[in-house]
Design a protein around this ligand. Structure first.
Ligand code: BDR
Ligand code: CA
Length: 307
C-alpha cells in the first residue's frame, strides 16, 4: 500500500486527481492534502480542497501551504479555472475543516513517522522546495515525487513554459536538483491522454461523484472549446494515474533542468535529449500512454466513488 500526500492547487483537474486517489484505497493510503498558491490564491484553493472532500463525504487532513512562490509574485489562472479556482459545480459550505498545522510541520511529522512516503505534486513546487531547504535529510524518506509539470517540447502558459513551473521556477529548480526520484507527467503525456467531449458525457448519468465531475468539466472544457481544441487534458490526473498503472505509460529517463533566467523561456523544463549526454538522468519523463486504458481507468475510478 502506497502512502501518499497530494500537494495541489485545486483546480478542476487537481480535484479529479484527488478523486482518482480516493477511488483506489487498495493501492493508495491518502495521508493528507497540502495546498499551494497557484491556480488561485491559497485561501481559495484550500477551500476547494475542502469542498471536494465535502462532496465525497470524506475526511482527509487538508493542510494550507505556501501563499506565494519563492521569489516572484503569484500568477493565477482564472482563464482556465475561474475566479474561485474551481468554478462550475455548486457545493454547499464545507463540512470538513482545514487542519491548523503548517505544511512544513505536517511534512516533517509524517516523513519522520512513516517508512516511505510518495508525493503527488500537482501544483507549483513551492511547498516541496521549502521542505527540502528546511529539512534536507527528510528527502531520504520520499519514495518518489510524481509530478505534473513541465514539458519537453512546448509550453502552455508561454510558448516554452508549463503553468506550474512558470508560477515558481526557483522551486522547480530546487526539486529537480534534489536527488529525489522524479516522475514528470508533463504536457506530452497530458496531451496524449486528453478526454473527448463525448467521453465526458459518460459522467452525465451517475451518482454524486459523477455529477460533480460532469459539472467540473462543464466549466473546465470552456477553455479548450474557446481555443478550438477537440479534447481536454486532465493534467493532474496523469501524475496519480502513473502511481496506479505505471505499465500503461511510456517513460524515458532524461536529465532535466529548469530555466530560471531567460527572457522567453523562464520556467521552461529543459530535457537533455542527446544520446551522448554525460549527464546522469534525474527524471523519468512520461512521453505517452495507452489513452484508451487511461480513459477507462479514469471513468471507472470516478464511478466507483458514486456508490
Ligand atoms: C497545470 O496547471 C494548472 O492549471 C493545472 O491544475 C495543472 O496542474 C497544467 O499546466
Ligand atoms: Ca494543479
Amino acid at each position: 500500500m502506497r502512502k501518499l500526500i497530494i500537494d495541489c492547487d485545486p483546480g478542476h483537474d487537481d480535484a479529479m486527481a484527488i478523486m482518482l486517489a480516493l477511488a483506489n484505497p487498495e493501492e493508495i493510503d491518502l495521508l493528507g492534502i497540502v495546498t499551494v498558491a497557484g491556480n488561485q490564491t491559497v485561501d481559495k484553493v484550500t477551500k476547494n480542497a475542502l469542498k471536494v472532500l465535502t462532496v465525497l463525504d470524506r475526511d482527509v487532513p487538508v493542510i494550507r501551504g505556501a501563499d506565494r512562490p519563492l521569489v516572484q509574485e503569484l500568477k493565477t489562472a482564472p482563464e482556465a479555472h475561474g475566479e474561485s479556482g474551481m468554478d462550475g459545480p455548486f457545493v454547499e459550505e464545507s463540512k470538513v475543516e482545514e487542519s491548523g498545522e503548517t505544511a512544513l510541520s505536517f511534512y516533517k511529522r509524517i516523513l519522520e513517522k512513516e517508512d516511505k512516503v510518495t508525493i503527488a505534486a500537482i501544483g507549483p513546487l513551492t511547498n516541496i522546495a521549502l521542505l527540502f531547504r528546511a529539512y534536507p535529510k527528510l528527502k531520504e524518506k520520499i519514495e518518489c515525487i510524481s509530478l505534473m509539470g513541465g514539458s519537453v517540447y512546448s509550453g502552455n502558459i508561454t510558448s516554452r513554459a508549463e503553468f506550474n513551473f512558470y508560477v515558481d521556477p526557483e522551486a522547480a529548480k530546487i526539486v529537480y536538483h534534489s536527488g529525489v526520484k522524479l516522475i514528470q507527467a508533463g504536457l506530452e503525456v497530458t496531451d496524449k491522454t486528453a478526454i473527448t467531449f463525448e467521453e465526458i458525457e459518460r459522467f452525465k448519468e451517475g451518482g454524486r461523484a459523477s455529477k460533480f465531475v460532469y459539472d467540473l468539466f462543464e466549466f473546465y472544457t470552456l477553455f479548450s472549446k474557446r481555443n478550438g481544441l477537440g479534447k481536454t487534458p486532465i493534467f493532474d490526473a496523469c501524475a496519480v494515474m502513473y502511481l496506479l498503472y505505471p505499465e500503461i505509460f511510456d517513460g524515458r529517463d532524461y536529465y532535466v533542468d529548469i530555466e530560471t533566467g531567460g527572457e522567453l523561456s523562464r520556467g521552461m523544463s529543459v530535457a537533455d535529449l542527446r544520446t551522448w549526454s554525460k549527464k546522469e538522468p534525474n527524471t523519468t519523463v512520461l512521453m505517452g500512454a495507452d489513452r484508451d486504458k487511461f480513459i477507462e481507468y479514469f471513468i471507472t475510478s470516478i464511478k466507483r466513488l458514486d456508490t
